[in-house]
Design a binder for this molecule. Structure first.
Ligand code: PEP
Ligand code: MN
Length: 357
């Protein structure tokens, strides 16, 4: 259940409610309040609460409403919030401000190299993706590589270069954070924190991304073989820890067929739109692993209703230090941006989510 606290509730009324909640839940976990869209809410797993306890809660003077939610995830659910969340990216004092999701949103293209390799490579790619119509720059400074002998990224040096690229182009930047202790540092530079597939269920990292002081938006990539419910519960960790700015990213899931790196689960887009208010970005680069498939799967993702794309772009894909096989050129990106605008315009009729099961 989700309990919304009345804005005018006094501190005594709030304290009384907290004490009551501790009593009826048996204080298994500390009861925490979360600020979402100007409301203070408390999320609980109501299976432990009987109907009588819920009606007692509803009668408390501090309580505005008690919303029963049957799914294990609460705050990410469409049942909690009917309208699409709009995630605002970029500090207007140092770059463009870009909205991802929300009512009548236009899809946002995020593009850039898999890894920040050097200053020249990053700055030239940043300029080129901006010219091609991308709105946000991607680039990995800390790279989670399968082999310890592969390029691991430039680390903090890569963050400085990303900040320089932002200053040059005005594009907000997204980069991956792999460790809880690095969240504050990465958040000083990044406009969006990326949590990669391999870390989707790194719970200390999810909590750190939820709690960090700047509350930067977090793009949570789907785990290599995560179910939709596991993914939504991972997003719930971040929001329940205090950061409501979460974007989901479908990047393909493991299958038995080595022809593609992963299998792009396109059906998850309309499915998630029924289950959650969070925006969904698709990564056709990691989903396919083959650059020739990226334009088609980009179009398919937009047609399926994705709020944006994140695409790997390199000025010379064959010489990329990481994921060159799936990287496209800035010229190819330009055509994807054009197609995205055409398709988004064609499908801009409102979807009635109340009709989605
Ligand atoms: C990436 O975005 O470069 C990356 C490592 O992605 P994923 O976590 O989806 O594999
Ligand atoms: Mn990559």
């Amino acid at each position: 259940m989700i309990i919304t606290i009345r804005q005018q509730a006094s501190s005594e009324e709030r304290a009384h409610l907290m004490a009551l909640l501790c009593r009826i839940t048996g204080s298994q976990n500390p009861i925490t309040t979360i600020e979402i869209d100007g409301h203070t809410v408390i999320a609980l797993d109501h299976q432990h609460l009987d109907t009588q306890a819920s009606s007692v809660l509803g009668e408390q003077s501090a309580v505005e409403r008690v919303l029963p939610i049957k799914t294990a995830y609460k705050l990410v659910s469409r049942a909690f919030k009917a309208e699409n969340s709009r995630i605002q990216v970029g500090d207007p004092r140092n770059c463009d401000s870009v909205a991802i999701g929300g009512p009548a949103a236009t899809p946002v293209i995020i593009a850039g190299p898999c890894a920040v390799e050097n200053r020249e490579q990053l700055l030239s790619t940043a300029n080129a993706v901006k010219k091609a119509g991308a709105r946000i720059l991607r680039g990995g400074a800390f790279k989670p590589r399968t082999s310890p002998y592969q390029f691991q990224g430039l680390g903090v040096e890569g963050l400085y270069l990303l900040a320089e690229a932002r200053q040059l182009t005005g594009l907000p930047i997204i980069t991956e954070v792999m460790e809880p202790d690095m969240v504050e540092t990465v958040a000083q530079y990044a406009d969006i924190l990326q949590i990669g597939s391999r870390n989707m269920q790194n719970f200390p990292l999810l909590l750190a991304a939820g709690r960090h002081s700047q509350k930067r938006p977090v793009m949570l990539k789907r785990g290599l073989s995560a179910t939709i419910d596991e993914w939504l519960l991972a997003a719930e960790y971040i929001i329940a820890a205090g950061n409501p700015n979460v974007i989901l990213c479908e990047r393909g899931i493991r299958s038995y067929d080595p022809q593609t790196r992963n299998v792009l689960d396109l059906s998850c887009i309309p499915l998630l739109h029924g289950l959650t208010h969070l925006p969904i970005i698709v990564d056709p680069s990691h989903a396919t692993g083959k650059r020739e498939l990226v334009p088609t799967m980009s179009r398919a993702s937009i047609a399926a209703g994705a709020e944006g794309l994140i695409i790997e772009v390199h000025p010379d894909p064959n010489s990329a230090l990481c994921d060159g096989r799936q990287s496209i050129t800035p010229e190819q990106l330009q055509r994807i941006v054009r197609d995205t605008h055409i398709l988004a315009h064609m499908i801009s009729t409102e979807i009635d989510f109340s009709q989605v099961a």
